[in-house]
Design a protein. Structure first.
Length: 75
């Protein structure tokens, strides 16, 4: 038997402990798309951080992707 969500119920709270040098982007979408990954990489570039986690709390469970900022190597 499926349970129906009650209206006006308090939100569940999720607490994540992340290192200071890792950026986390939380989503709650049906499916993650390439645009979500690009958005996170752009955030990383903008704030000059190297590592980010894209975390989706979707209908099929939690999905986590690790993304890196592109690092320019000049010779």
């Amino acid at each position: 038997m499926k349970k129906r969500l009650q209206k006006n119920r308090p939100m569940d709270v999720i607490s994540l402990r992340m290192p200071k040098d890792v950026i986390d982007e939380l989503k709650s979408v049906q499916n993650m798309v390439k645009g979500h990954e690009i958005q996170l990489v752009n955030y990383l570039k903008g704030i000059k951080k190297d590592i980010g986690l894209l975390i989706n709390f979707g209908p099929s469970g939690v999905e986590v992707k690790r993304k890196y900022r592109e690092i320019d190597i000049k010779k």
